[in-house]
Design a protein around this ligand. Sequence first.
Ligand code: JFZ
Length: 325
Amino acid sequence: RDERMGWFRDAKFGMFIHWGVYAMWEGQYQGNDTPRYAEWIWNNGRIPADEYIEMGNQFNPVNYDPKAWAEMAEQAGMTYMVITAKHHDGWALWDTPTSDWGVKDTPWGKDLLGPLKDAATDAGLRFGFYYSQSLDWGNQGDEGGVHWDKSYTEYGPDKSTWPERLEQYHAEIARPQVEELTTRYGDLDIFWWDMPKSITDDQGQQLADILWGNQPHIVSNGRLTGRNNAIDFGDFDTHEQSIPAVPQLDSYWESCMTMNHTWGWRVSDHDWKSTTTLIHNLTGVVAKGGNYLLNIGPKPDGSFPQASIDRLHEIGLWMDVNGEA
Ligand code: JFZ
């Protein structure tokens, strides 16, 4: 482990990207802001499945410019990038053959991840994927869609069938998709699991075997199995929206944070952290031995929010004077 962790120990600053169909809703359903995070809008907005899927099928980010994304990260002093290959809504940002729920069945119609990996590599960034291994509302993953639309899901209120359905989802979707993600894009640097929910140790082990079987040098966070952040399978611990009070110099960890109050794009959230606050967070995390993974929630057309662009630029100006190459 220590050998493959080399780059991560010195990574310091990375870009997290939460992007997918949820961006098209812009954090609002029927004119109202939905509760909590905008990337949870299908669930938290109680959006009927046919409406959410119909929206997804129109995804067409005509201004998607992976080179511009990677260059903005690089000029801000970032050294790595993690993008949501699939978030909890189950929508795949690549042309997965295992499900129709993804970018291939849209006007855009083509892989979003490969071009970004190439651009990141060209900009000198390490690169990898976030993958929601357990929650998957579109492909009947953990808990199916019970929160938002009982008529769509095949899961009922009878919880006794969930373990079988969860295993069916792992066999038909999660394991094949992790296989695809870890074989189609050459060498990857980082893999970011999220929200283990009721995944079993065996299901976690199988995903871990696929991951490290295909990518022996990859580093992964500690959110694969039941205990969030238990690093029994992973390499590093993730602090969510917070910075530990005391230095943790003898372990691998990361703080991930948003610039406003949501990971996915929300048009009405104008409460952005100042550049000064972001730099304080960055230096605080790095001084305590961690890496700062700062999130961008791109808009549905593929552009970054202007407030995010401005902050990345200003952080870059500070880096030019104070940063270390
Ligand atoms: C998860 C996701 O549900 C969310 O949408 C986003 O992707 C975020 C990065 O990760 O949310 C979490 C996961 C774990 C904790 C908190 C929020 N946690 O361990 O405190």
